[in-house]
Design a protein around this ligand. Structure first.
Ligand SMILES: Nc1ncnc2c1ncn2[C@@H]1O[C@H](COP(=O)(O)OP(=O)(O)OP(=O)(O)O)[C@@H](O)[C@H]1O
Ligand SMILES: [Mg+2]
Length: 369
């Protein structure tokens, strides 16, 4: 039997009480808070289920065998686990006593269908103009950071953006655990490696960004920028690698750029703050803010351009498109549109020089309806 099948059988046996949820295509995430308390996320909304494990011991045994099947361990000295299952799903576990409800697990299911730009517009996450503007930015090789909270749809949007890269380039994709779905002719995927039992062999995102720079990338895509690799990514963006992409955990475009600066600061004690701030500013072209709303929807909340500094020295982050007022409909869903802020992007001339179909008028504010 091949190794993949052995993994699959282990998962099926171990997770038998939640198998029905694993097999249900409408469930995107399974959240186990101890043996008797199991929730799922469906269409962006949380629901409690009736599924249960018999007791804490059987839940713990299930997790132990899953950890073993992916070559990892979870026990008192290592009470946390983050791993990827053979089908691409992500599992995160914390065991007692840290987890006071009992063994606590999240399984983020791998979504098999790759979403297209047209489908993304259909979900209401973005409108036609916003999507076409992002498409043009991808074509022009702008460096773009997707910013958002946990589960806000950053990875989904990053996959989508990467599918719009013009042909003929070489992409290097770097992730903690492989998640991004990048269908492209010339693409290299790198994944980090944890230290082994002797504390050796760790390979970080930062290490991989450094290596990737010597492997002739046109564009570097970092799944999630969360540490000092921000510095290498910023350097790459400033040294001729146009069109790099990444995501960052932040609640607004302004916070995102400050966070990138703080992360990069951790990467090199020798660089002066002034130099770093100026590098960050010139590296990042656009920040796309994505948020999750109370009706379960995920929407692009803003597409902002980083252009220079304000008088007080802070980054000048200019919204080009912003989500307008959201109004709740009778069925509880929210309705609202991405609207132009009235501000032209600084690269309007470049759009026109390339004969890209996006007229200046699209950036003009619509009169209040
Ligand atoms: N536009 C959308 N409409 C509906 N569901 C979406 C949309 N975008 C993303 N999702 C769903 O939301 C969930 C979270 O998406 P995703 O993994 O992209 O978020 P994330 O911000 O990268 O999460 P994390 O913080 O864990 O990295 C997934 O199940 C995904 O399928
Ligand atoms: Mg993600």
């Amino acid at each position: 039997m091949d190794q993949g099948q052995v993994f699959k059988d282990t998962i099926k046996q171990s997770l038998a009480p939640v198998l029905i949820l694993l097999d249900d295509p409408t469930v995107s995430e399974i959240l186990i808070n101890g043996p008797h308390d199991i929730f799922v996320e469906r269409k962006g909304k949380m629901e409690k289920t009736t599924c249960q494990f018999p007791d804490e011991d059987s839940l713990r045994a299930a997790i132990t065998s899953i950890a073993q099947s992916v070559g990892r361990r979870i026990h008192a000295d290592e009470p946390r686990l983050d791993a990827r299952l053979p089908d691409g799903s992500r599992i995160a576990v914390v065991i007692p006593p840290c987890a006071r409800n009992g063994t606590t697990v999240s399984i983020r299911k791998f979504t098999k269908s790759k979403i297209t730009l047209a489908e993304y517009i259909k979900t209401g996450a973005i409108n036609e103009d916003g999507a076409r503007f992002l498409d043009i930015c991808m074509f022009l090789g702008k460096n773009i950071i997707v910013s958002g909270g946990t589960g806000s749809g950053k990875t989904t949007l990053l996959s989508l953006l990467s599918s719009r890269i013009p042909k003929g380039q070489r992409l290097i994709v770097i992730e903690d655990s492989s998640e991004l779905q990048v269908e492209y002719e010339h693409v290299v995927f790198f994944e980090t490696q944890m230290a082994n039992e002797n504390g050796k062999g760790e390979v970080s995102i930062r290490d991989l960004v450094k290596s990737s720079l010597r492997l002739r990338p046109d564009r570097i895509i970092v799944g999630e920028v969360r540490s000092s690799e921000a510095l290498e990514l910023i350097n790459a963006m400033n040294t001729g690698h146009k069109g790099c992409l990444g995501t960052v955990h932040a609640n607004s475009p302004e916070d995102a750029i400050v966070r990138l600066e703080a992360l990069a600061q951790g990467g090199d004690a020798k660089i002066s703050e002034k130099a770093l701030v100026s590098q960050v500013q010139s590296a990042i072209d656009l920040i796309v803010q994505i948020s999750r709303y109370s009706d379960g929807s995920r929407r692009v909340a803003a597409i902002s351009e980083v252009s220079g500094f304000n008088e007080d020295g802070s980054y000048n982050v200019v919204p080009i498109f912003q989500l307008g007022r959201l109004v709740r409909k009778a069925d509880g869903s929210l309705q609202g549109q991405l609207e132009p802020s009235g501000q032209l992007p600084s690269f309007m001339q470049e759009i026109e020089d390339n004969n890209l179909p996006f007229s200046r008028t699209k950036f003009q504010q619509v009169a209040e309806r």
